[in-house]
Write a protein that binds this ligand. Structure first.
Ligand code: ATP
Length: 592
């Protein structure tokens, strides 16, 4: 497909806010492409070149480099270009105008295609080391020289990562389902494969090339992270036990970082909850796992927890942040040592174990793990009554944990990759406080501060994620809980995500429009007093309308910033449905 035709699709998608319409535009686009082109196009639609977890280099193009390339291609001076950029406020628009105004100097000899542009971008990314800046600028100049105005616009945006179509992976999967299976209702077939092999391009390729048969053949494998299974939450021990069939395995819920640990060809790789390769942060865990698990190839899951080097007591999650600073790893390993508590085994020596019931997987895990000081299994106990469960919960909190996770041990207790289901239920200490739990919200806007806060933001507009519609819905404005230093840093933290227009996949009412729109990227943990109905927030509006017949959304009252959740991406934020369920539980509590 010609790149200019792809750009027309991008333009159309940019203007579309209705999700169903977006899905059918994507389906049309995919129908017009070859499988190999679809693969490349899906990455470009998400603003990436390949999945993060592959650990390959990013484009590495800064605004200055892009301006240099535009200058070389158009013959305009950098001062003129900077002026134009100021006027338009968007590099894409600036590039488009340059291409219109002053025809780019070279004669266009070859038309750009989706594949040729993608391949050039790969070359830009792969140029690393000394002299690489110049190589990148030269390739980019070549692209601009061959670009029509609309192509220049999207090339500039793609290389600077500002495409911002508001499309997430699930919308692409819907588009693929509609294109190749005739209906988006077939998304689960594609999603199941994607959960085991989260490479959107590869999944798109197989869908287009081999259909359902090909997708069903996709298996989990070491080296490729599996999308993690997640827990539902409840606050009543009896209800928890009823949900899992009266008997379950309760485990400590450690307050650390989730780690999916893979071994292949003698090497250990660690992936985070967001599927990022975090091996470099934990050389100690890597070594400890090699010693503790003898098998040739495996995927196990556990929680990495920071421990006090003097007392061996568990330390809170925040202390793991010291591991995020690359240059200090050796020191961090001494000052903030870790232990890993394993709880699952998803693959062993050539065999995928996702469909085996949990007790079987845990038995396999036990059989391959030699317990050492730094590699242990999660503390676990079979519970059969609410009293058992309460007692175990108290013990967990006493031992420095957040609470417990109650896991189904029935024969259907498979590992549900990528899903938040009732086979795992978390019961956290915070449930005892007024609001059931902290929630993780994504920042979508900011309000300017006044008085002592002038010059920075006074409050952040936060949203939940609604995966059914692939949109973000506002739920509160958070202005308290920040230290002075954190407050001062807010504009800097959000600068890369500030956008002139409302993010396309955000539902917001007029009354809540912020001073500054922020593209959904950064997630923060928030605690509030309670959840209430709200005339101005959009979270759960459809659910409230359907079940209570009221025109209202849900809001968190008196929200307070607790922490950044850098381990979560925007679609990992607490979902609208979860907030709705918390609201229902709260109502139930008031009634009893
Ligand atoms: P939270 O913010 O409460 O950690 P989450 O959205 O990250 O929630 P959930 O699925 O809701 O994830 O809760 C399960 C999380 O608890 C896992 O992602 C994992 O990091 C952590 N965890 C700690 N101990 C265990 C355990 N024994 N079994 C499974 N997960 C555990």
């Amino acid at each position: 497909m010609l790149f200019k035709d792809f750009c027309e699709y991008l333009k159309l998608l940019e203007k579309t806010t209705e999700r169903l319409r977006m899905v059918s535009i994507l389906a049309n686009l995919f129908r017009e492409m070859s499988p190999e082109e679809i693969q490349k196009a899906t990455y470009l639609l998400l603003g990436e070149l390949y999945p993060d977890w592959m650990g390959l280099p990013e484009l590495g193009v800064a605004e200055k480099m892009c301006l240099e390339a535009l200058s070389r291609a158009s013959g305009l001076s950098k001062t003129e270009l900077e002026k134009l950029l100021k006027q338009t406020g968007d590099i894409g628009e600036a590039a488009e105008r340059i291409a219109q105004r002053k025809k780019l100097t070279a004669l266009i000899t070859q038309q750009l295609t989706v594949s040729s542009v993608y391949d050039s971008l790969i070359k830009i990314a792969m140029a690393t080391g000394p002299g690489s800046q110049d190589v990148k600028i030269r390739i980019l100049t070549g692209l601009f020289l061959s670009a029509s105005p609309i192509e220049a616009r999207y090339i500039a945006r793609i290389v600077l990562g500002t495409t911002r179509l508001g499309i997430q992976e699930m919308t692409i999967l819907d588009g693929l389902a509609q294109a190749f299976f005739g209906t988006k209702e077939k998304r689960p077939v594609i999603e199941e494969a994607f959960n085991k092999y989260p490479d959107i391009g590869y999944i798109a390729l197989i869908t287009a090339k081999e259909g359902e048969g090909g997708l069903r053949k996709i298996k989990a494998q070491p080296g490729v992270p599996i999308r993690p299974m997640l827990a539902e939450r409840l606050s009543d021990p009896k209800e928890i036990l009823d949900k899992v069939g009266g008997e379950a395995l309760a485990e400590y819920k450690y307050d650390g970082e989730r780690a999916q640990i893979h071994k292949k060809n003698g090497k250990v790789v660690i992936f985070s909850r967001r599927l990022e390769n975090i091996t470099e942060q934990y050389p100690d865990v890597q070594k400890a796992i090699l010693e503790a698990i003898q098998a040739d190839s495996f995927i196990v899951e556990g929680e990495i927890v920071c421990v006090d080097p003097d007392t061996d007591e568990l330390r809170p999650f925040q202390e793991l942040m010291h591991r995020k600073r690359k240059y200090d790893i050796v020191r961090a390993m001494q000052e903030y040592p870790t232990k890993v508590f394993l709880f699952d085994c998803l693959f062993l020596d050539g065999q995928e174990l996702l469909d085996k019931p949990y007790p079987e997987r845990r038995k396999i895990l036990e059989s391959i793990t030699k317990i050492t000081d730094s590699v242990q299994l999660t503390k676990a106990k079979i519970v059969k009554s609410p009293a058992d469960l309460e007692e175990f919960m108290m013990q967990a909190v006493e031992d420095g944990c957040e609470g417990i996770i109650v896991k189904s041990i029935r024969s259907d207790a498979v590992y549900e990759a990528g899903a938040r289901g009732w086979r795992w239920i978390k019961y956290k200490r915070d449930y005892k406080s007024e609001m059931i739990d902290t929630i993780d919200l994504v920042v979508v806007g900011a309000f300017y501060g006044k008085g002592r806060r002038s010059g920075t933001y006074g409050a952040l507009l936060c949203a939940s994620y609604n995966p059914e519609q692939d949109v973000f819905e506002t739920v509160c404005k958070v202005g308290s809980g920040f230290t002075d230093t954190q407050l001062a840093e807010l504009p800097k933290i959000f600068a890369p995500y500030v956008t002139k227009q409302k993010p396309p996949n955000l539902h917001v009412s007029e009354a809540m429009e912020p001073d500054v729109w922020i593209y959904p990227r950064i997630v923060m943990e928030v605690l509030g007093a309670e959840i209430t109905l709200s005339p101005v927030h959009t979270c759960g509006k459809d659910l409230i309308k359907k079940n209570f017949n009221k025109e209202a959304g849900l809001a968190v009252r008196f929200p307070r910033f607790i922490n950044w959740r850098l381990d979560k991406g925007p679609t990992d934020a607490t979902t609208t449905k979860e907030i709705y369920e918390m609201y229902l539980q709260q109502l139930k509590k008031v009634q009893t």
